[in-house]
Design a protein around this ligand. Structure first.
Ligand code: GLN
Length: 195
């Protein structure tokens, strides 16, 4: 069987996510066709989805305009996996404290959009991530900070005592950019190593 993957491509790191999904699938002996999602009608055929970083206000607006937002909500409601990274995490959250971002409520967390950004623009650090055997090289770029974490949400990684990777099945979300390193282990965790 060939899996169908979608990368939300209205804005953000699309090719990098596509590459990471292909590497993760190859590691697991799975075949995958990756589609870039720019219009409605693609997500309903996808077995797994990635929502990249970029600018959450723009992503939110374009998802709504194209009618992709409700398709992503249906995808998650059907129990199919979604990996949401950085701005993707912001859009997937319950609340982002910014009226310009129409959050989809796919993970029970609240986020502060540019929390790290106000202190430091970008940085890289090795993070202990639950379920990964080695520290993960995490790249943070104007990253959001996760504020409130709901009861059903598992914190997979913390930085300075704050959650930066969470799982609220079937969604995995990270404040950092796992697609920007050639280690595809977070994509494994989100799509192929699910418990
Ligand atoms: N802080 C940005 C936003 O609000 C996200 C940055 C990123 O995705 N690298 O959209």
């Amino acid at each position: 069987m060939v899996l169908t993957a979608g990368v939300i491509a209205v804005q953000g790191d699309v090719a990098e996510h596509a590459g990471a999904i292909e590497r993760a699938a190859a590691r697991h002996g799975e075949r995958v066709d990756v589609h870039e999602v720019r219009t409605a009608g693609v997500v309903p055929d996808c077995d797994l989805l990635a929502m990249p970083g970029g600018e959450s206000t723009a992503i939110s607006r374009l998802l709504g305009r194209e009618g992709i937002d409700t398709e992503i909500v249906d995808h998650v409601a059907a129990g199919k996996p979604l990996l949401a990274t950085c701005a993707g995490l912001i859009v997937a959250a319950r609340d982002a404290g910014d009226p310009r971002v129409d959050t989809l409520g796919l993970i029970d967390v609240t986020v502060d959009r540019n929390a790290f950004g106000r202190q430091v623009d970008s940085f890289e650090t090795r993070l202990e991530v639950a379920g990964l055997e080695e520290p993960f090289p995490a790249v943070f770029i104007r990253a959001p900070l996760i504020d409130e974490v709901g009861d059903g949400v598992e914190v997979l990684a913390e930085h300075d005592g704050r959650a930066v990777a969470v799982r609220d099945p079937p969604v995995v979300a990270t404040a950092f950019h796992p697609e920007l390193t050639d280690v595809s282990r977070v994509h494994d965790l989100a799509f192929f190593d699910r418990e």
